[in-house]
Every structure is written in structure tokens, then in C-alpha cells.
Design a protein around this ligand. Structure first.
Ligand code: PBG
Length: 324
């Protein structure tokens, strides 16, 4: 008998049923975390111009939004706050009645099935917009910032956040936060560290949404150089050593290679943040009629899962889940 001259790969693509049986990567709403921006003093919702389809929420709008995300099966929410006022030391981040603290309590009541991630950083709360406090000379003082970040973490956990997610990129923050949580009796609260967080142009729309742009300089003194892979792996391993329960790569699309390398290298869950600029870029093309939103988003989120992310933090979560 003569062998066929070549393999026919198309045989397994002839029906949706067959394609579904051999699909290697699964994407479900349970893998997704939706970021929310909560603004003090706002009532209802206010659209974010640079992020079409995303709104800042007032405290009075938080419960309904959380219930809707829970109904859609979304895994969790990542909370960011816009405080009523800012100061040099970012005190709004760790105020017991801070905006995110209040939002977390409401979400816990309204949607008990959602996992609430509290982003820990000072940049939304400092008058200068940097992620830590300033030392003499105007550079961000790493060690002086640690106590405030730890205080923020404890405050958010007490207010109802289930997971603490430090995004500030100070050295030693995971250890400092773990020690503070444990000392506060919060031993069961896990840490998702923004471990490999790059100094990225793709955070632009977020800084408008969260009003967190640095008032001078940039974040290259603490966020990572986009050119570095080995250094990113070093950051990831250091955070795990310090007690991170999960690690994140951020942004996602320009760093898919790194998501894969982290996935292959560590055994803790890996998250990827499909950031504001990635969202806005896609949605701008959709608005122009250049891309089909449903297909482009499916492909984008699938690629991040395929690269190795267990969890995807994405502004597409709600609309993607609603289309299923
Ligand atoms: C706070 C923080 C930022 C993002 C998440 N946490 C902004 C920044 O580092 O400047 C960006 C998220 C996004 O762009 O969607 N440090």
C-alpha cells in the first residue's frame, strides 16, 4: 500500500466540534480579573476618554458593577482609587476610610464570589505622582517607602481585599508586606506581586484614568528596562523568595516571551496584566472599523493564556464575558 504523501493538517479543522476537541488553550471568565477605578466624591459613573468603554465609578456605583461582574463569572476585580486629596506621603492609600477601603467593603457585601485584589502603590495618592515617598534630592526613597506600602497592604486587607497586589517596584516590599500582614494576624491573605513590571509607554491611558502621572521625571529609576529578560527573572525569583504567592508580568502583549519563561521557571501561579495602552490601542482600531472587537479580543486574551498566564488582568473582561 502506498503511504499518503503528506499529512493533512486540515482534517482536524473541518468542524467546530473537532476544533473544540483539539483546542489546547482554554479561556474562561474565571481566568479574568477586571480593573476598577473608584473616584472619591463621584456619584454614578464617569467615562474615561482614553479608554473607550471604561468608566470611573463612584462608591454608589460599585455594588451594581460588582454584582454584574460576578453574574458574568469573572474571577475577580483589581481596585484602584482616586482620593479626594493627595499629599507628599500618599496618606490616602492607607487611610482606614480611604476610597479603595470603602469600595472593598461594599464589593465584599454585594458580590461575595468575586476575588478582590487590592493594588498597593502610592502613585495615585502622592502629590508628586511617584510610587513611593521622595527622599532628599527628589529621588524615590526605597526604604522609607516600605513602611507605607506595608501599612497600605494591611489597611486594604482589613477593609476586605482578599489578595494584596503591590505594583510599586520598591525592593524588599514583598517581605515588608508579608511581615506586616502576618503581624496583623492576616496570615491567610496572599500576595500577588507585580514582579516583572516594565517602565512602559503602554500605561499612558491608565495614568489619565487614575490621575497618577508623575509630576516630574519618569519611573525608569524603579520600573524595569523593557530590554531585560534575565533581570526580570531575577526580580520574579526574588519576590517568590520574599513570600510572593503569585507573580505578575506587566504589560502582557509586548512581553509574551517573558510570560512563557516565567511560567517554565516557577511553580507559583503567573498573572499577566493586559494594560491600558494595549486596551486603548485595540479599541481605537475597533472604533475606526479596522478590527473586529470580538475576534481581536478573543485572539489577544487567548495568546496571553497560551504564553502561560494563569490569570489575566484585563479591561476587556466584562465585555468579553458578556459576548460569550
Ligand atoms: C500603579 C500602577 C500602574 C498600573 C497599574 N498599577 C501605573 C504605573 O505604574 O504607572 C498600570 C495599569 C495599566 O496601564 O492598565 N503603579
Amino acid at each position: 500500500m502506498e503511504l499518503p504523501p503528506f499529512r493533512r493538517h486540515r482534517r482536524l479543522r473541518t468542524s467546530e466540534g473537532l476544533r473544540a476537541l483539539v483546542r489546547e488553550t482554554e479561556l474562561t471568565p474565571a481566568h479574568l480579573v477586571h480593573p476598577l477605578f473608584i473616584e472619591a466624591g463621584l456619584s454614578g459613573r464617569s467615562p474615561i476618554p482614553s479608554m473607550p468603554g471604561q468608566d470611573r465609578l463612584g462608591l454608589d456605583a460599585v455594588a451594581a458593577e460588582a454584582r454584574e461582574l460576578e453574574r458574568l463569572g469573572i474571577g475577580g476585580v483589581m481596585l484602584f482609587g482616586l482620593p479626594a486629596s493627595k499629599d507628599e506621603r500618599g496618606s490616602g492609600a492607607y487611610a482606614p476610610d480611604g476610597i479603595v477601603q470603602q469600595a472593598a467593603a461594599r464589593i465584599r457585601d454585594a458580590a461575595p464570589g468575586l476575588v478582590i485584589f487590592g493594588d498597593v502603590c502610592l502613585c495615585e495618592y502622592t502629590s508628586h505622582g511617584h510610587c513611593g515617598v521622595l527622599g532628599p534630592g527628589g529621588t524615590v526613597d526605597n526604604d522609607a517607602s516600605l513602611a507605607l506600602l506595608a501599612e497600605t497592604a494591611v489597611s486594604l486587607a482589613r477593609a476586605g481585599c482578599h489578595v494584596i497586589a503591590p505594583s510599586d517596584m520598591m525592593d524588599g516590599r514583598v517581605a515588608a508586606i508579608r511581615a506586616a500582614l502576618d503581624a496583623g494576624g492576616l496570615t491567610e491573605v496572599p500576595i500577588l506581586s507585580y514582579a516583572a513590571k516594565f517602565a512602559s509607554a503602554f500605561y499612558g491611558p491608565f495614568r489619565e484614568a487614575a490621575d497618577s502621572a508623575p509630576q516630574f521625571g519618569d519611573r525608569r529609576g524603579y520600573q524595569m528596562d523593557p530590554a531585560n529578560t534575565r533581570m526580570a527573572l531575577d526580580e520574579v525569583l526574588a519576590d517568590i523568595d520574599q513570600g510572593a504567592d503569585m507573580v505578575m508580568v506587566k504589560p502582557a502583549l509586548p512581553y509574551l516571551d517573558l510570560i512563557r519563561q516565567v511560567r517554565d521557571r516557577v511553580n507559583v501561579p503567573v498573572a499577566a496584566y493586559n494594560v491600558s495602552g494595549e486596551y486603548s490601542m485595540l479599541m481605537a482600531a475597533v472604533a475606526n472599523g479596522w478590527l473586529d472587537e470580538a475576534r481581536a479580543v478573543d485572539e489577544t486574551l487567548t495568546s496571553i493564556r497560551r504564553a502561560g498566564a494563569d490569570i489575566i488582568i484585563t479591561y476587556h473582561a466584562k465585555s468579553w464575558a458578556a459576548r460569550r
